[in-house]
Design a protein around this ligand. Structure first.
Ligand code: AP5
Length: 210
């Protein structure tokens, strides 16, 4: 959990590599569908590029199918889902049905000015999706992904206008989920300003039960 730019994707990629579990990022799944030009991609594109949320029924159906696959039996990491109360309620029902309950709702808190700085300076690998930043997380070779050698590009929704819309959806629809998970005793809050490496150490300690 966390607003755009909090560092969800950055930490998620490190966590799944360490714990060898699937990374279920609804944003990545939508972007993949857009790239492939699938019917899902066509629906998603009309919302994502302007910063709006994709409708709940579409998003829930996508996650339902993904979570029911065998590779989620040993654990999974959701990134960017749920984002609305109906999505959280659907997730609760679904995880009961497949007997794979969630252990934690991890929230990364980051001030708004820093979110704007991070999003406007973010570049992502066109091939593997790895995130970089033009000032604070530069690749070794300008414009080239360190991991796979892919080209680094700016996401179409990483502009100030779309970001304003994304932040308002976060405030209105997603932030109420923090109370939802707090009331269930699942919410774990982390400071997104401690640096990416320090945050990863803190998250690993939680996930390893230290
Ligand atoms: P999604 O892809 O989930 O985007 P988002 O939530 O807006 O989050 P971001 O990917 O922008 O940020 P992040 O927190 O992952 O930050 P990152 O690690 O990259 O969703 C995109 C769209 O898809 C949505 O707007 C919506 O349209 C649709 N969608 C997705 N899920 C949906 C759902 N459930 N329901 C409906 N619609 C849905 O880091 C950002 C930058 O900061 C990088 O440059 C990075 O290098 C840098 N950085 C990261 N961590 C740190 C740190 N600790 N210190 C300094 N810099 C850092």
């Amino acid at each position: 959990m966390g607003p755009p730019g909090a560092g969800k994707g950055t930490q998620a990629k490190r966590i799944i590599a360490k714990f060898d579990i699937p990374h279920i990022s609804t944003g990545d799944m939508f972007r993949e569908a857009i790239k492939e030009g699938t019917p899902l991609g066509k629906i998603a594109q009309s919302y994502i590029n302007d910063g709006h949320l994709v409708p709940d029924d579409v998003t829930i159906g996508l996650v339902k199918e993904r979570l029911s696959r065998d590779d989620c039996k040993k654990g999974y990491l959701l990134d960017g889902f749920p984002r609305t109360i109906p999505q959280a309620e659907a997730l609760e029902k679904l995880t009961k049905e497949i007997d794979r309950p969630i252990s934690y709702a991890i929230d990364i808190e980051t001030p708004k000015a820093e979110l704007i700085r991070r999003i406007c300076g973010r570049r992502v690998c066109k091939v593997c999706g790895a995130p970089y930043h033009i000032e604070t997380a530069k690749p070794k070779v300008d414009g080239i992904c360190d991991i796979c050698g892919g080209e680094l590009v700016q996401r179409p929704d990483d502009n100030e206008e779309a970001l304003t819309t994304r932040l308002s959806h976060y405030e209105e629809s997603t932030k109420p989920l923090l109370v939802f998970y707090k009331n269930k005793g699942l919410l774990k809050t982390f400071d997104g300003m401690v640096g990416s490496d320090n945050l990863f150490v803190e998250l690993c300690a939680l996930l390893e039960g230290k």
